[in-house]
Design a protein around this ligand. Structure first.
Ligand code: ADP
Ligand code: MG
Length: 358
């Protein structure tokens, strides 16, 4: 029995991969992905995302560890027998085939009868809004259209698992935003289990039911987007996901309450297992900072830069200790550069942990 008492669709168990030149691309990674789940793997370039995906697809062999699909050990099963669909950053469409021929290709080599091929390709083209392009060749399509075709081509075989490696990275920003919303909708509608690799944290937040943050071959944190954002496991996660204010200081007790003294401010922290003298990292986001009524401030600081962003004003504040704090203020805020203001931080949103920042 190769199953491991799990109902996970995909399971990676202590998977590692070291390349011949000594590079450790994947370092003891374990993952569980449930049926119908979209797991976004996010991390900086070179952290091992693509290698992880290739190991799941069977294109790459792990040195150690096992891969399971539906509880069945597929570690030694070749890529073409895994029923996996893949979409890469480069569209890799067949240039000499039309859109519909490209999409039907996977069904043709599986000897699915023409009528059935047409029907399934038609449904996907409809869903991905490319029905009108059926008889064009890839060279006659925009990047976004090509990527829709690539997606349809991967989905047409009804893969058990869909792997996407930075599928939107080559597109321009606006198209990327549009397509990722649509992509998420299509994948959810099909109930497909997918691993979505990206270096773009905003994309990961949008697509992922859960997010796996990867760094230097390791999975640093795997959790739902709100926890990744609000309760990052490490300073790396906090710094990589979203815009972050972080400060380090020592715990102090006063009047039965605990504070972290970060130099420019004393932030209240909720009851913690740590005692006075302990060192903590405090995290708060720009949207947790606001202008304070005089006397109510956590700190004062000089606004050095102001960026009007439409829905908000982002200001860069210099504290008297020389730290920089980023604050998002309501867009109607009347603040001026080179002026001191009192600021407060929403205490309920402060998050702290004892891990080293290094
Ligand atoms: P990502 O997709 O997160 O950018 P990769 O998985 O492509 O990262 O690569 C992880 C690490 O492994 C990088 O340091 C990369 O240079 C290295 N690497 C990837 N493929 C190979 C290979 N075939 N031979 C040697 N090193 C490789
Ligand atoms: Mg990659």
């Amino acid at each position: 029995m190769t199953g491991r008492g799990t109902d996970s669709k995909i399971r990676l168990e202590n998977v590692s991969k070291r390349f011949r030149d000594g590079t450790v691309a994947v370092d003891n990674v374990s993952l569980d992905i449930q049926a119908g789940e979209l797991l976004a793997i996010v991390g900086p370039s070179g952290c091992g995302k693509t290698t992880t995906l290739r190991i799941v697809s069977g294109l790459e062999r792990a040195d150690t560890g096992r891969v399971y699909f539906d509880g069945v050990d597929v570690t030694d099963v070749p890529a073409e027998k895994r029923n996996v669909g893949v979409v890469f950053q480069s569209y890799a469409l067949f240039p000499n085939m039309t859109v519909v021929e490209n999409i039907e290709y996977g069904l043709r080599i599986r000897r699915v009868p023409p009528a059935q091929r047409r029907e399934r390709a038609g449904q996907l083209m409809e869903m991905l809004k490319i029905a009108g392009l059926a008889h064009r060749r890839p060279s006659q399509l925009s990047g976004g259209q090509q990527q829709r075709v690539a997606l349809a081509r991967a989905l047409v075989i009804e893969p058990a698992v869909l792997l996407l490696d930075e599928p939107l990275t080559a597109l321009d920003a606006k198209l990327r935003d549009e397509l990722r919303v649509e992509l998420q909708r299509v994948l959810k509608r099909l109930g497909i289990t997918a691993l979505y690799v990206t270096h773009d944290q905003a994309e990961a937040m949008c697509i992922g039911d859960r997010i796996a943050v990867m760094n230097q071959g390791r999975m640093v944190q795997i959790d739902v987007p709100t926890n990744i954002y609000r309760r990052p496991a490490t300073a790396f996660v906090a710094g990589f996901i979203g815009t972050t204010n972080m400060a380090r200081g020592h715990l102090a007790a006063e009047g039965g309450r605990l504070y972290v003294d970060v130099g420019y401010a004393r932030f209240p922290v909720p009851s913690t297992t740590k005692g006075p003298g302990e060192e903590l990292t405090v995290l708060f986001r720009p949207e947790d900072v606001s202008l304070a009524a005089p006397g109510q401030e956590h700190f004062r600081g000089r606004i050095e830069n102001i960026f009007f962003l439409g829905d908000k004003v982002r200001v860069f504040v210099r504290t008297f200790t020389g730290e920089e704090v980023i604050a998002d203020l309501p867009s109607e805020s009347r603040v001026e550069r080179s002026t001191d203001y009192p600021f407060q931080v929403d205490a309920a949103k402060l998050y702290s942990w004892a891990e080293e920042t290094a």
